[in-house]
Design a protein. Structure first.
Length: 479
């Protein structure tokens, strides 16, 4: 029999439509050792919360079952992959090691170290660029520089986008000596219920989205109480479903749209997938964004960083219902609607005047779909410090955002029971209710539900002053 190939699972925790895994099975005639490495540096990071670790734990368990059904199993290794992958590969006499490329700065540095160690042992590496849709090194502007604005990036990205047919689940040849029953991690218990992590469930989510929501995605994606989004982001984050499968669905939906659609749901969803690629490209080309503003002048903003205001934001007790409902959704489910992410991040930075990095880390600690590049890009967009940032002077009004995207208050009432009897007229500004109505609703503002911790109009003016100050300082330096 042929020597086995070691496939190192990372953010491709699936068997179906996995090009690196499929290639390994072809090369080794099914003799593939499936490995996942628990890296202590990532597991114990302050940016990783118990809920995302629990989601990963569940997925490793279901992945092992799926591998067993295909004639294999999952090996769990613990330690620094820069040493443990080469050691394991050498011990088991593999002919090669395969993995899905990681375009992040940290991932590329790690993979260079592993590749060098394996090369020293005479073991080649086979990789596949399928974590994103268009590899980082393929897109450049006319001047040869990376794109920093989404719209021209998107035009070029669409021109470069190529998709092959989906790859089937490969069949393995059992190698029992390398596949003991895996010892799964014992991490802190999750504070939330973890959804089904199986590939079959992710496939059903994708199919259901294609049947029910994608056609109306352009209009429905921002409505907070509607099931207008795919809910696939955690499954994309861990590669349980491939981004290529999502793109095929988007293309199909766009092709089936009627000519009267100004912009089809499929085309809009495709652009959202492009944003995912865009932020990955940005973090790869401009790694300074991972610790500071894309536009360094905004690192000089004099954030107030009031701990009490930050705590109110974290706990969903700011007195602004749309913000509080969103934060409670995040903490209780590990997910937050994208419109709500924009509203809460704008509120933290431009109403509470708190450094965007505080919120960015809190999101990473609580989101099941926490992805550094996308999360960083979204926060910098809201804070006005990033690439395609909303202008610093555009500040979301939380009450009007609620009125527009949750008009009857269904989303707010789902997560804030104290407001269940508040009429829709007041649901996004309950402090305006007459006292008699507060009593009849059983919702005394300041008791059952907090009064606003800041005045939006006042804070808007103060935020503009902070941004204008750093812009003026940058102008002075240039002149």
């Amino acid at each position: 029999m042929a020597q086995p190939i070691l496939h190192w699972f990372r953010r491709d925790l699936r068997l179906h439509d996995n090009s690196a895994l499929s290639d390994a099975c072809t090369r080794a005639a099914g003799q593939v050792i499936a490995v996942f490495v628990v890296d202590p540096m990532l597991v114990h990071s302050k940016r990783v919360g118990a809920q995302r670790l629990a989601f990963l734990h569940h997925r490793l368990t279901t992945l092992h079952a799926e591998l067993q059904a295909a004639g294999s199993g999952l090996v769990i290794l613990y330690g620094d992959p820069r040493t443990i992958i080469p050691e394991y590969a050498q011990t088991h006499g593999v002919q090669a090691v395969s993995w899905q490329s990681d375009p992040t700065p940290w991932g590329k540095a790690r993979d260079r170290s592993v590749t060098a160690a394996l090369a020293h042992m005479g073991i080649p590496v086979h990789t596949s660029d399928t974590q994103i849709l268009v590899p980082v090194d393929r897109i450049r502007s006319g001047t040869g520089t990376p794109y920093t604005v989404f719209t021209p990036f998107y035009r070029r990205w669409r021109a470069e986008l190529r998709l092959a047919d989906p790859l089937p689940t490969p069949q393995f040849v059992a190698t029992p000596q390398t596949r003991p029953d895996p010892v799964f991690p014992t991490w802190p218990a999750s504070p939330i219920a973890i959804p089904d992590t199986s590939a079959a469930y992710a496939a059903r989510l994708l199919e259901r989205f294609g049947q029910r929501a994608i056609a109306q995605y352009n209009s429905g994606r921002d409505m907070l109480a509607q099931a207008g989004t795919s809910m696939l982001s955690p499954y994309l984050r861990f590669g349980i479903v491939s981004v290529q499968s999502c793109t095929r669905l988007a293309w199909q939906a766009d092709a089936q749209a009627t000519p009267s659609d100004s912009r089809s749901g499929g085309e809009v969803w495709l652009s959202e997938l492009a944003w995912r690629d865009f932020y990955t490209h940005i973090s790869a080309h401009f790694p300074h964004v991972l610790t500071g503003a894309f536009r360094p002048q905004y690192d000089g903003i004099a954030w107030e960083n009031n701990p009490a205001l930050y705590e109110a934001w974290c706990t969903g007790t700011t007195g602004y219902p749309i913000v509080d409902a969103a934060m409670r959704q995040l903490v209780s489910t590990g997910w937050m609607h994208n419109r709500a992410r924009m509203v809460t991040s704008s509120f933290l930075t431009k109403d509470l005047l708190i450094d965007w990095r505080w919120g960015e880390q809190f999101f990473m600690q609580h989101l099941l779909d926490g992805d550094t590049a996308s999360n960083n890009g979204g926060w910098q967009w809201a804070a006005g410090t990033g690439t395609d940032a909303q202008p610093y002077f555009r500040i979301f009004n939380p009450s009007s955002q609620g009125e527009r995207f949750d008009p009857d208050g269904a989303y707010v009432k789902k997560y804030i029971p104290a407001l269940i009897n508040v009429p829709a007229k007041y649901i996004h500004a309950p402090w305006n209710m007459p006292v008699a109505l507060q009593r009849s609703c059983g919702c005394i503002i300041g008791e059952a539900y907090p009064a606003p911790i800041v005045d939006h109009a006042t804070q808007r003016v103060r935020a503009l002053e902070l941004y204008k100050a750093v812009r003026a300082a940058a102008t002075d330096i240039q002149t």
